[in-house]
Every structure is written in C-alpha cells, then in structure tokens.
Design a protein around this ligand. Structure first.
Ligand code: ADP
Ligand code: GLC
Length: 488
C-alpha cells in the first residue's frame, strides 16, 4: 500500500510527546513490511536544512488568505533504507522556535494557518511527486484538516482512490479557534457546518477531522471506549458514538531498538531478564547522578512526564493537597522526577526538592536521564487523569521498573494489578485518582518491597517479558486501511 503520514511531530526531527514516537515507529514497521510509506511534516527552524536534500522548484500551497510559496526538503528516515520524510519549509509559518507555541506563548495565534499549510501542502506534495497514496493517515488536531480536504476538495482533484484515516493521540487538544480564522483553511464557508468545524460558533479542527475521515483510530482499546462517554469524551463523545462503527483502538508499540535495557546506550550497565545484576548498578548510578543516598535497599520511585494536568501532577505535587510531601516524609523511599511544563508545577518541584533530602527533580527535557530513570528506579509513578496510550509505563515494564498507575486508557490495557495472595501482576493500580489514592498505592508498593521481595522480583521478570512490539499493531492498522478504502 501507498501511505502518506501527516504529522506535526515526528521523531527524531521534532517532538513534544509520544505522538512523535508513535508516528515514526508505525511508519518504520509498515516500511519494513514492504509498504510505500512516506511522511510529511513542517520544516521547523531547529531542523537543519543543510542536512536535508531540497526538491527542485518552489511549491505553491493554496492554504487560505494567500498562496504560500514553500520549499520542500527531504531525507530518508534514520534506520530505514527507503522511507522518505518530506519537510515543508515556509519561513513565515515555521521559521521560529516551538512546534505549537513557546513556553510563554503556548499557542501561536496563526496556528490555523500554519497547520493549514501543512495539510494543503501534503496534497500539493503528492502532485509534485506524481505519487497518489491509497491512504492519507493524519495524526491529531494539527493534521486533522487533511481528511477534510480529501473529502471535500481533493477527492475531485485527482485523489479519487485515496481514503483517509485519522488517529486520535489525545482528545484533550482540539485546535479550537475563533471563527474569524476559518478562511485560513482555504475552504468555502459552505463546508463550515458540513465538514463539522462548527463548535459553539468557533472552529474546531479535531471535530472536523473526526467528522470527515473515512476511519478513526485511537491508541488503545480502553481509550476507544472511554472517549465515547461524557466523562472522557471532551465534548466529542456524541460524535464518537455516532461514528463508533468506524472507530478502532490499537495499542501503540515500543521501539525496542531505542528502549531496550540490554542495549540502551545511556545506561551505566546493560541488563536483561536473565542478567538482572546490571539494574542494581544503574540504580546506584542514578542515585549518584541525582545526589541521593546510594543505597540499594531504599525503594526508588521515578516520574518522567510533561507537567500537565492530564498526568495527575496536581495529585502528586500541588502545594497544599498533593501527596508527594507525605510520601517522602512518612515512607522510607526516594523519588526522582524529570519533567517540564506548567510553571506552578516546576516551582513546586523546586520547593519540594529544597525541603526533602530524598526527593530530587530535574526540570527540563533530558533524553539520557529519561532512560536512566527507567532503568535505575524500582517503581515508576504514572497516575494520569486520562491516558490515551502512554509510553512510559510500557518502557517501565520492559525495564523491570514496576508501574504505579491509574486504571485508565492505555494504562489499564498494559499493566496488570498486583495480587497479594498469588504474587501475580506487573504493577500497582488504583481506580479513582485522588491524592490519597496515589499515597495509598505508593504505600502498597512500599509494603510489598519491604515485606514481599520475592513477589517484587517475580513481577519484575514477568514485566520484562512483555511483548509490546509494533508488528502486531501495524497489522491492525493495515486492516483499518482496508476498511477505510472500502468506505470511499
Ligand atoms: P505524552 O505523549 O502524553 O506526553 P507518552 O507517555 O505517550 O505521553 O510519551 C511521553 C514521551 O515523552 C516519552 O517518550 C517520554 O520519555 C518523553 N518525555 C516526557 N517528558 C520528558 C522529559 N522531561 N525529558 C525526556 N523525555 C520526556
Ligand atoms: C499522546 C497521549 C499518549 C500517547 C501518545 C502517542 O501524547 O497523551 O497517551 O501514548 O499520544 O500515541
């Protein structure tokens, strides 16, 4: 099959979260299975043009207002022989820091136009290459215009055999803007209601994508069910129930070339399920790097996260009611946190660090430390309010670092709760997110650590043997592509 992925983020070129990992990992497996997969994304300022190859000639993109004159650059996805990534280069739209915004300006004013250039550009690119894909696969709200354009415009413009698939990586981000931005889409006002943009007299890119794509997917089976309820549907639940026959939940996989304790290049020592001794060395190295007491006997808890409400950060770190202060003062534990995001939370992490000798925080984005935390910790805390899939709990399992999670979305689909009577399970779960439930579940894990060490060891081994390979997920996407083609 010929598949074009459209995404604002793609590893290793630009990333704010798991979206970037998921898009490139899926593209790479489909490529390995022999499909003609290509990716299109913006050429952000920080992506070095001198390492890319320019395509000949400028490319006019008829996004709204005025035609955008762009350049296209390309390269081959690292780790593949023939998976092209195309970068749409437009100084005015993408020649600045930040993907969607900057820490001080979290959502650029002109995002409707910027991502309209990406989506219109995707179709112009195909014309330029004379390459017409079977599937346009768009990811999250910033690419949601692609299925809309296909359905209402491009279908009659040469893309008559192309179907669209839209993947929801996170329903919480919808791209909602004032209606005066509609002309940025380059679409006639006739389509304002027909394509599903209208949202209380504003425009909603995600809603238009959900309305217009031939097939919809999201990144775990449980999240696919949850988003059809008012509780987790972010106001889209009725629309998603209406489209439930076209909506499939497919669990993300893990790129085990990068996330694999037996060959992870960031670790002090590599280890595997049969050779666990290395993990103790990684724990000592992490304790040392973070300035904690080097002691194998104290259970070490890790957190790696965007500091955003979705991730349960208030329940852990909020100044008055968060559970972390009590966890670190009432239990014999150590905690390391790696994260960046909301300012109140960054400030609070610094405050906690200044008060607690057994709590260390690194504020910022650090690839090597994220690997070292996965390897060096005994437990991984991920109490997300909601979690479409979640990658870190899967990394934790593969690294023998038992996750402590809220039973929601992809967390519920990947972690098995500890059974004290039998010793079964791969992690610790609670049903309702509150500061108290986080405290209690950490307490439960600490109890098991000190009193049931044989259970902890067996759980680690069980977790490390889990199979989260992308191959089986890729097969499911291929089924979805076929279903999309049958719906044209
Ligand atoms: P989300 O996409 O909602 O943030 P995921 O669990 O799917 O959640 O993916 C998060 C990804 O971002 C993981 O690869 C994780 O290691 C990485 N990550 C998040 N915060 C940081 C950070 N501060 N430093 C390094 N990596 C981070
Ligand atoms: C989103 C979700 C996360 C998921 C990732 C990749 O960022 O928040 O749960 O793992 O997308 O699909």
């Amino acid at each position: 099959m010929k598949i074009l992925m459209v995404s604002a983020e793609v590893v290793p070129f630009a990333k704010t979260g798991g979206l970037a990992d998921a898009v490139s990992a899926l593209a790479i497996v489909l490529n390995k299975l022999g499909h003609d997969v290509r990716i299109v994304m913006p050429r952000y300022y920080k992506i070095d043009r001198s390492k890319l190859t320019p395509l000949e000639g400028p490319m006019g993109v008829p996004a709204g207002y005025v035609e955008a004159w762009t350049e296209v650059y390309t390269t081959i996805m690292p780790g593949t022989k023939n998976l092209p990534v195309y970068f749409i280069d437009h100084e005015q739209c993408f020649g600045r820091d930040g993907i969607y915004g900057t820490p001080t300006d979290t959502d650029f004013q002109d995002n409707p136009y910027r991502f309209s250039v990406l989506c219109h550009g995707a179709f112009q690119l195909c014309r330029k290459l004379d390459w017409y894909p079977d599937i346009v696969h768009a990811h999250d709200w910033s690419a949601a215009l692609a299925p809309v354009l296909l359905k209402f415009v491009e279908r009659y413009n040469g893309f008559d055999k192309t179907a669209s698939v839209f993947t929801i990586h996170n329903l919480g981000y919808q791209g909602v803007y004032g209606k005066h931005n509609y002309p940025a889409t380059g679409l006639d006002w006739n389509f304002f209601y027909a394509a599903g943009f209208e949202d209380w007299d504003r425009i909603n890119f995600l809603k238009a994508g959900l309305t217009s794509a031939n097939m919809l997917t999201t990144v775990s089976p449980t999240y696919a069910r949850e988003i059809q309820t008012p509780m987790a549907g972010f106001r889209m639940d009725a629309l998603l129930r209406h489209r439930s026959g076209d909506l499939v939940g497919i669990l993300n996989g893990v790129d085990t070339e990068i996330w694999n304790p037996s060959k992870d290049k960031y670790l002090a020592e590599n280890y595997s399920v049969g050779k666990l001794a290395g993990k103790a060395k990684d724990k000592a190295a992490l304790q040392e790097r973070m300035g904690l007491e080097v002691n194998p006997d104290i259970p070490l808890f890790g957190v790696v996260t965007r500091l955003a409400d979705q991730k349960g950060v208030a329940e852990m770190f909020a100044p008055t009611y968060g559970s972390m202060y009590r966890i670190c003062t009432e239990m014999k534990v150590q905690v390391v946190v790696l994260g960046a995001g909301e300012k109140w939370c960054e400030d609070e992490l610094r405050t906690l660090e200044s008060k607690l000798p057994n709590f260390k925080a690194y504020i910022g984005y650090d690839e090597s430390l994220s690997h070292q935390i996965e390897a060096g910790c005994d437990f991984f805390l991920m109490p997300s309010r909601y979690e479409p899939c979640g990658l870190n709990q899967m990394y934790s399992l593969l690294y023998g670092t038992l996750p402590i999670v809220h039973r929601t979305g992809g967390l519920a689909d990947t972690v098995e709760n500890y059974n004290e009577a039998t010793g079964d399970g791969t992690g610790f779960m609670f049903d309702e997110l509150t500061p108290q439930s986080v405290f209690d579940t950490v307490g439960w894990a600490v109890y098991a650590w000190y009193n049931k060490p044989e259970h902890i060891k067996a759980m680690q081994k069980r977790a490390m043997k889990k199979d989260f390979s992308w191959e089986s997920s890729a097969e499911k996407y291929l089924e979805v592509y076929k279903a999309a083609l049958s719906r044209i």
